[in-house]
Design a protein. Sequence first.
Length: 364
Amino acid sequence: MIVLRQGKAKTILESSINSAFTAVETYNRPRTQFRIENYIILMIIAWTKLFHAYFQATIGERYFYKEKNGRFKRVDGEKKAWELTECLKKYRKSETEYKISEPVEANLKFFINIRNKIEHRYWGSSALDILLFGECQSLLYNYENFAVNLFGEDYSINASLAYALQFSHLRANEQLAAQRELLSKDMQDIKKYIDKYKTDLSDDVYNSQEYSIKLLQIPKVSNTNRSDLSIEFVNWNAINDEDRENYKKITTIIKDKIVKQNVSNANMMKPIDVKNAVKEKTGVEISLSNHTDLWKAFSVRPKPNSVTKFETNAKYCIYDEPHKDYLYTSEWVNFIVKLISMYGFKKENIHSKCKEPLKIEDFN
């Protein structure tokens, strides 16, 4: 741990922390325009200055670029310091005891590229909130952990932050608006980058809380102990196996429907492919109209022209954005095969059986 006294390194660190505070304040103002964009830019500044404080304390002013003649490079009269990407490279090569993990670095690189995309064009879109929530949380948590590990608990920002109040009844409307925006042309470039970046990550990095925080908010049932805290954060590493299994069951019930695909649309099928696969497995030939009846009855995907195109049951179906249509999984084929072989579904009666909504769990 580096002990800082009055001087340039401490001044830079304090400036970094102020930038992080401002980022959080901006993010937590619900009606602030461009809040997600400003949060990202301010957190990149906070991270950059955090590295500069470390370098100032360890190697002096050698984190400034120099010309071939040995003089400092200058921009508008100011010495040009290493950007965040360069700071990451140099820090990785340093002899510090506290190393940056692969998920933390992946999270930082993700936002460096996002910042480059949004810096010169403001999206003003709530869709970014939905897309980047987990990564934004990790960007902040990683920042604090890094600062504390380098400079000590005196520089923790956690005690000064309040838990943001949530308006849960607004969430559905906000998500609908965000999903509409994701379908707009303006959002396609940034969404393609996000999807590709996530797909290219290893499973270990993608699933790490240091890359993207996954939060589960459960209303806490009141008990006789009125001194209990209203909010309780559970450390995954500190709970026993039985509690972990219970949490897994809960997250299985409400887990996000967006899943990581290792290869885009690998082994996915169009309706005609589903029809042919079912015939091959059962000898029963269903019609495309039968297939439509089935996905409607079991709510596997939204209806045509729905604004919530991505709200599918991802186990059985996904929305193929580039081709503007839906693709189905082998699990969906297997489910239809089960309906035919075990529950008496056939071409002649599928339409009548599917007039009312059906629950998948009743047939599994």
